[in-house]
Structure formats: structure tokens, C-alpha cells
Ligand binder design. Structure first.
Ligand SMILES: N[C@@H](CCC(=O)N[C@@H](CS)C(=O)NCC(=O)O)C(=O)O
Length: 215
């Protein structure tokens, strides 16, 4: 079955899917779309993803959007235990961190990225940046406490929770901000950075996004 992924590789949400595909060694046809590539407002694309956002994935006759749903699907369908714990109790912990990333962690760090990186310097709002930085640090401290207990968010094995949360790490560690020292988060980052799949998907330049609120 052919897997197709639509989305620009500079999108953090697309990067999660690329990372999962690489971990699972799944061949994929990639269609750059969104951002400068445009194409996400055509009737054909909106028929697949009514949000007009990226990523979208097609696997045979299944078309799916929402990065976390895609990563979870690929892990369940192709992981055979890799990335996807087979026990419901273990999976509950993975889903906890995955859903927390969607609802709390990602809005915080992406919010900061928009305020500090995507907004042109002359338009930046220092108070909003401080608030977003504080919200991000609060989340990273939660990760620090979890990673003091276990090498990965789900426990001893890499899972899709590490993919969705770890997609933040390149941008977080390179944004021009003051970061607190978080040794367990840094050790987790180093552990993930040893993986070719992480380096390929996540360590991607965001130069085209600097000072650019829209395409
Ligand atoms: N909740 C969605 C968010 C998708 C999203 O916001 N995608 C952004 C890129 S990260 C997008 O499509 N922006 C428009 C564009 O790139 O043209 C997901 O996780 O897939």
C-alpha cells in the first residue's frame, strides 16, 4: 500500500509524522504543501483535509489529518509494539503525555515560537513573550520531573508521546530565549538526537519562518 504525506517539512506538525515514518522505516511519497508551496486551499486538498492545514496522510483508502492521530495510527498499524505499547495501562500513560502535548505543552511552546521567532522584531510584544516563556518553562519543568523517573515519557521505551513532545526540542533549544537548566530534558534531547529519524525530521532549519507571520 502506498503512503502519501502532504505538508511542508518546516512545519512542526509535519515533522512529527516524518519522524514516525522514519522510525518505522515506512516508504512514503511526500508532497510539499502549505506555506510557500501553497496548495492547501484547493477544493481537492480541502476534500481530504477540511481544515486546509498540514499534515494530511493517505494510506491506501484511509485519509487522515491531525498530526497526533496520524502518528498514533502509524504506530498502531505498523509498530508491532515499537512506539505503541500493547498493554492498555502502558498506552494510557503514553496517551496522557500525547494529549497533554496537544492541549497544553504545544500551545505554550508554539505560542512562544510565534511571538519570538515568527513575529518581526519591530512588532514583538515583550510582555506577551515573557508570559509565553513562563508558560513554556512550566511545561518543561513537568517534563523534567517525568524524565527524572524514566528515560522516555511512556517509561523505558520510545513511544509516540516522545515524538509529539520531542518535536519541540530543536526549536526550543535554538530560539533566542533564556532557558533554565533542565538536565533530564537535556539528556532526553541527547538520547533522541542519537536517532537518525529524529535528526532527519526535527533538526530542520526554520530560517524561512523567521520574521514571517504569513506566506
Ligand atoms: N492540530 C493540527 C494543526 C495543524 C497546523 O496548524 N498546521 C500548520 C503548520 S504547523 C499549517 O498547516 N499552517 C498553514 C500552512 O503551513 O500553510 C495538527 O496537529 O495537525
Amino acid at each position: 500500500m502506498t503512503i502519501t504525506l502532504w505538508g511542508r517539512l518546516s512545519s512542526g506538525n509535519v515533522q512529527k509524522v516524518v519522524w514516525a515514518l522514519e522510525e518505522l522505516e515506512l516508504p512514503c511519497e511526500h508532497v510539499p504543501l502549505g506555506g510557500g508551496f501553497k496548495g492547501n486551499d484547493t477544493p481537492e486538498y480541502l476534500a481530504m483535509n477540511p481544515n486546509g492545514l498540514v499534515p494530511t496522510l493517505r494510506d491506501g483508502n484511509l485519509t487522515i489529518w491531525e498530526s497526533h492521530a496520524i502518528v498514533r495510527y502509524l504506530s498502531a498499524e505498523y509498530g508491532s509494539g515499537l512506539l505503541f505499547p500493547m498493554e492498555a495501562r502502558d498506552r494510557a500513560v503514553v496517551d496522557q503525555w500525547t494529549d497533554w502535548t496537544a492541549t497544553t505543552f504545544q500551545p505554550a511552546w508554539i505560542g512562544l515560537f510565534w511571538l519570538k521567532v515568527r513575529t518581526p522584531v519591530a512588532q514583538q510584544d515583550a510582555t506577551a513573550i515573557d508570559k509565553a516563556l513562563a508558560a513554556s518553562i512550566k511545561c518543561f519543568r513537568l517534563l523534567e520531573a517525568r524524565l527524572a523517573e524514566a528515560p522516555y515519557l511512556g517509561g523505558n521505551e520510545l513511544s509516540y508521546a516522545d515524538i509529539v513532545a520531542g518535536a519541540s526540542l530543536f526549536r526550543w533549544s535554538t530560539m533566542p530565549i533564556e532557558r533554565p537548566s533542565l538536565p533530564h530534558v537535556e539528556a532526553w534531547h541527547s538520547r533522541l538526537n542519537e536517532r537518525a529519524a529524529f535528526r532527519k525530521a526535527i533538526n530542520v532549519s526554520y530560517e524561512e519562518l523567521v520574521g514571517r507571520l504569513a506566506f
